[in-house]
Design a protein around this ligand. Structure first.
Ligand SMILES: Nc1ncnc2c1ncn2[C@@H]1O[C@H](COP(=O)(O)OP(=O)(O)OP(=O)(O)O)[C@@H](O)[C@H]1O
Ligand SMILES: [Mg+2]
Length: 342
C-alpha cells in the first residue's frame, strides 16, 4: 500500500537572529507525516523539536525565520502563505497542544465557553444551541466526567490532566488534518500522562487524524507513535518505524537515548542515566556531526565533515559516518547491526 503523506517537510532551515548572533536551530530537516499516523519527534532539550513545529505553524516570532526548505500540507506549500492565510490554517487544518494548558486558557472564562469560542471562530453560522451541543459532544469525546456541569467550570477548578483534556477538545473542535502536540504530558503525573496518551490514541483511531508528537521521552513514543524521528543539533539523526528503532537502533545517539529509558523493573525514583556531555552551541554549530563530541564511536572525520544520510533499511535512515561504506567494520556497532549480526 502506498502511503500518502499529509505533511511533507523538506530541507527545513530555521534561524533566530539574536544579539549574540544567528541561532541555527534547525539545519536541514526532512520528514513526512503520513495520513492517520503518528510521527514522534524525540531528542534532548535544545535539539530543535519545538522550532521545527513552530516553523510549520509560522509561529516563530519577529526574530525567527525559515531560511530555506519547503513545508507542504496536503500538497500545498505553507512557507509562502501570508499571515492571514496561516491564521486560517492554524486551528482549521493544523491544531496544536502545548505543555502548559494554563498559558493557553483564559482564567476568567468558563471552559465550555472557551471551547465554544474556538468553534465560533471557525463556524460563524453555528447557532448558540448547536454550539452548546457540540461543546458537550467534545467534552464527552475527551472523557471529561459530568460534562454539563464541568462546562461551566473555570480553568483553576480543573486538574492539570483535565485541563489538558480541554486543550485536546479545543484542538479537535475543527477536525484538523494534523495535530501537533509539543510535550503535552510532560507536566503531568505518570498515571495521568498515561491516561492522556491512551485518550489521544483512541481519538486518533476514531477521527483518523495525523499527529506529530514531540517529546524527549522515548517511552512515550513507544506508546503512541508509528514512526519516530530522532533529532539532535537541529538535524534528524535517525528516522525509522517504531518497531525497527526499538529492535535495532542504528545511530549512536539513539543508542544513548535508549540507555536512558528507565527500566520498568527498576526501583521507582531511580535517576535516568543521561548521555555524558552537553548539546552543541547552535550559534557556532560544529562543522561535522553535532553528536561527535559525545559519541563513544567518533572517528576523526566525524568532527570534520557532516555525516552522510544512509538508508539502513527500506523505510529507515541514519546520519552517521559509521555507516559509510569506507568506515571500519571492526568495533563498528552499526555495520554489524546492518548486516544483522548484532
Ligand atoms: N526564540 C528563540 N530565540 C533564540 N533562540 C531560540 C529561540 N527559540 C529556540 N531557540 C534555540 O533554538 C534551539 C532549538 O530549540 P527548541 O526549542 O526547538 O528545542 P527543543 O528540542 O524543543 O527542546 P526542549 O526539549 O527543551 O523543548 C535551542 O538552541 C534554542 O535555544
Ligand atoms: Mg521544545
Amino acid at each position: 500500500m502506498v502511503m500518502e503523506p499529509i505533511l511533507e517537510v523538506r530541507d527545513l532551515h530555521t534561524s533566530f537572529l539574536t544579539s549574540n548572533g544567528e541561532v541555527q536551530a534547525v539545519r536541514g530537516v526532512s520528514f513526512d507525516v503520513e495520513k492517520g499516523k503518528t510521527l514522534g519527534i524525540v531528542g534532548e532539550s535544545g535539539s530543535g523539536k519545538s522550532v521545527t513545529s513552530l516553523s510549520i505553524l509560522q509561529l516563530l516570532g519577529v526574530t525567527g525565520k525559515v531560511t530555506a526548505g519547503s513545508i507542504r500540507l496536503g500538497g500545498e506549500e505553507l512557507t509562502t502563505k501570508s499571515r492571514k492565510e496561516m491564521r486560517a490554517i492554524r486551528g482549521e487544518r493544523i491544531a496544536m497542544i502545548f505543555q502548559d494548558p494554563m498559558t493557553s486558557l483564559n482564567p476568567l472564562i468558563p471552559l465550555g465557553d472557551q471551547v465554544g469560542e474556538m468553534l465560533w471562530e471557525h463556524h460563524r453560522k453555528m447557532s448558540k444551541e448547536e454550539r452548546r451541543e457540540k461543546v458537550l459532544e467534545l467534552f464527552r469525546m475527551v472523557r471529561i466526567p459530568e460534562p454539563e456541569k464541568r462546562m461551566k467550570s473555570y480553568p483553576h477548578e480543573f486538574s492539570g490532566g483535565m485541563r489538558q483534556r480541554v486543550m485536546i477538545a479545543m484542538a479537535l473542535a475543527c477536525r484538523p488534518d494534523l495535530l501537533i502536540a509539543d510535550e503535552p504530558t510532560t507536566a503531568l503525573d505518570v498515571s495521568i500522562q498515561d491516561q492522556i496518551l491512551k485518550l489521544m490514541r483512541s481519538l486518533q483511531k476514531e477521527m483518523g487524524m495525523s499527529i506529530m508528537f514531540i517529546t524527549h521521552d522515548l517511552g512515550v513514543v513507544a506508546e503512541l507513535c508509528d514512526r519516530v524521528a530522532v533529532m539532535y543539533g537541529g538535524l534528524i539523526m535517525e528516522e525509522a518505524d517504531i518497531i525497527d528503532i526499538f529492535q535495532r537502533p542504528m545511530h549512536p545517539y539513539t543508542l544513548g537515548l535508549m540507555a536512558s529509558i528507565p527500566d520498568m523493573n527498576q526501583d521507582k525514583g531511580k535517576l535516568l542515566q543521561p548521555i555524558p556531555g552537553s548539546p552543541p552551541d547552535m550559534i557556532h554549530p560544529p562543522k561535522g556531526c553535532p553528536f561527535a563530541p559525545r559519541c563513544p564511536y567518533a572517528m576523526r572525520i566525524c568532527t570534520e565533515e557532516m555525516p552522510p544520510c544512509v538508508a539502513t533499511g527500506e523505510t529507515r535512515r541514519s546520519m552517521c559516518w559509521l555507516l559509510d561504506p569506507e568506515a571500519p567494520a571492526e568495533g563498528n556497532p552499526l555495520k554489524q547491526r546492518k548486516e544483522g549480526i548484532a
